[in-house]
Design a protein around this ligand. Structure first.
Ligand code: IMP
Length: 579
């Protein structure tokens, strides 16, 4: 039905134009249609149109529905290239478009989410936690890796502290809590009740110093304080002093066996002098036994961990210590990564640490990316101004709408086999799907992970709502942190140059509503992503990216009315519970 015409126009038979219904076997004239799509379904195909008559009206035979599709010059919806045509649509954010559904012939749990984090490292789940001091420290990094993603430890701290966090992740054994909440015998029943209320657990080991590494003198469980009316009673009066303990070096299996026999909820692990080294929780253990998708070094079986650094001379020393602690991937943390400092740092790292993978960024244009790729980056981080706590676009006038940035940079980087992280602005599973569809290999998240119990910092309760702090690394609060030693300040390193005297904030600080453990949140995100991929009709992220580029997966722009339609509407009141 098509003939190729000059200037990219397709020649098409007219039956569908103007509602004219053809007679069976009718010779059809050709008309020129003004649709040029590089992904035309087919050319030069002649379709036999079979007609049927119903109640005196001619219709195409339903059996020819699939054949009839070939009469269209392009698939329904827009190709990614057309969608991302900035001349027509400007820069797009995730909210500006939708992915059109495809064909389902597999269950959602058959969808593989395996994706590259760097040239050499693959993850089972394409999720990364941001290097921010309210997002990623040991606990977040351990749990992200256990669940198949990876955590990037922030550098708003001393070299020693950052290296210690890296070491703890590498030394982590499933199930052992290496920094449990500990109290002293002088703490009171009220303290335990508060911990239970804010953090949701009891079963607290008591040491003489009230700290980890102090001598274990007892344990307090909810049963110990359940019927104890007085808040002010010291724990020395209610704690259980006969404690079943495991000896340092105990394996998970042995510990599990002990917990089963003792019928206790917690097993403190002590060294030969009786000092508390770790804690094992029955409920954690049950969950921890199987993490088949954990991100591990195939040789050492240790969890994978990443950490961020700046590009100042001191950062070279910092990196040595992190590598000594077992670091797998370093991220050069800058809001504008296309700098001579970063190029030199990438080259130096590639020379100095042959096994270490280095991710450079942030970038939002092909030109920025090209420099870093040429310097030897094993991955790129994309995003400028899209983060939830970010005011860079407002203050610096620099940046790019995130979906457009991800599309342009990752399509370019893909030519060199360099995986990209879509960093910032992910506030739902749908955003992550769109980031991956635009070509990113992984999605980096800050705000939504800051809201989990594994992020650093205490939960506070206000008006009955559990809240946690979240702040941009370019916020004044983050930049003032340890400001006396500017080499240890990630905010300054990321957002400012040597010798800057006046600080200009590029981020805000505030509170986010807590949503429970990452152990529930990330599996929800992973399952949601699998369901979305099923709707799109692709069984793996590789196929997703491939089919976006070859034009099989299609998109639609959203008008502001479409945005409203896609949101809940028409209720007097409703509850939005996601998992
Ligand atoms: P979110 O997931 O939308 O919260 O975005 C997280 C990302 O925001 C981080 O990974 C950083 O790239 C970026 N970011 C962190 N702090 C700041 C800031 O202060 N200003 C601008 N961007 C920031």
């Amino acid at each position: 039905m098509y003939r190729t015409a000059p200037h990219g126009f397709a020649l098409r038979a007219s039956p569908l134009e103007g509602g004219v219904t053809p007679r069976e076997g009718q010779e059809l004239p050709f008309v020129v249609i003004a649709c040029f799509d590089p992904y035309v379904i087919s050319t030069n195909i002649s379709i036999q149109t079979k007609m049927v008559q119903t109640n005196g009206t001619n219709f195409l035979d339903s059996q020819s529905a699939l054949e009839e599709l070939k009469n269209y010059s392009c698939r329904d919806g827009l190709s990614a290239t057309d969608l991302m045509d900035s001349k027509l649509h400007g820069g797009l954010t995730y909210n500006d478009f939708l992915v059109l559904p495809g064909f389902i012939d597999f269950p959602a749990n058959a969808v593989s989410l395996e994706s590259k984090f760097t040239k050499k490292i693959k993850l089972h789940a394409p999720f990364v936690s941001s290097p921010m001091d309210t997002v990623t420290e040991t606990e977040m990094a351990v749990n992200m890796a256990l669940l198949g993603g990876i955590g990037v430890i922030h550098h708003n701290c001393s070299v020693e502290d950052q290296a210690e966090m890296v070491r703890k992740v590498k030394k982590y054994e499933n199930g052992f809590i290496t920094d449990p909440v500990v109290l002293s015998p002088n703490h009171t029943v009220k303290d335990v009740r508060q911990i239970k209320e804010n953090q949701g657990f009891s079963g607290i080991p008591i040491t003489d110093t009230g700290k980890l590494h102090g001598k274990l003198v007892g344990i307090v469980s909810s049963r110990d304080i359940q019927f104890h009316g007085t808040d002010s009673t010291p724990l020395s009066e209610v704690m259980t002093k006969e404690v079943v303990t495991g000896k340092e070096g105990i394996t998970l299996e042995e510990a599990n066996q002990m917990l089963r026999q003792s019928k206790k909820g917690k097993l403190p692990v002590v060294d030969k002098d009786g000092n508390l080294r770790a804690l094992l929780s029955r409920s954690d253990l049950m969950k921890n036994l199987h993490f088949p998708n954990a991100s591990k070094d195939p040789e050492t079986k240790q969890l994978l961990v990443s950490a961020a650094i700046g590009t100042r001379p001191d950062d070279r020393e910092r990196l040595r210590k992190l590598v000594d602690a077992g670091l797998d991937v370093v991220i050069l943390d800058s809001s504008q990564g296309n700098s001579v400092f970063q190029l030199e740092m990438v080259k130096w790292i590639k020379q100095e640490f042959k096994k270490l993978e280095v991710i450079a960024g942030n970038v939002v244009t092909r030109e920025q990316a090209a420099n870093l790729i040429a310097a030897g980056a094993d991955g790129l981080r994309i995003g400028m101004g899209s983060g939830a706590a970010c005011i860079t676009q407002e203050v610096m006038a620099c940046g790019r709408p995130q979906a457009t940035a991800v599309f342009n940079v990752s399509q370019f980087a893909a030519k060199f086999g360099v995986p990209c992280i879509a960093d910032g602005g992910i506030s739902s599973i749908g955003d992550a799907v769109k980031a991956l569809a635009m070509g990113a290999s992984t999605a980096m998240m800050g705000r939504i992970l800051a809201a989990t119990s594994e992020s650093p910092g205490q939960t506070v309760v206000r008006d009955g709502i559990r809240l946690k702090a979240y702040r941009g690394m370019g916020s004044l609060a983050a930049m003032d942190h340890r400001s006396s030693a500017s080499a240890d300040n990630a905010g300054l390193a990321r957002y400012f140059s040597e010798g800057d005297k006046v600080r200009v904030a590029q981020g805000v600080s505030g509170l986010v509503a807590e949503k429970g453990s990452l152990r529930e949140f990330l599996p929800y995100f992973i399952a949601g992503l699998q369901h979305s991929m099923q709707d799109i009709g692709v069984k793996s992220l590789d196929i997703l990216r491939e089919n976006v580029i070859n034009g099989v997966i299609r998109f639609e722009l959203r008008s502001s009315a479409a945005l409203r339609e896609g949101d809940v509407h028409g209720f007097y009141s409703y509850e939005k519970k996601l998992y």
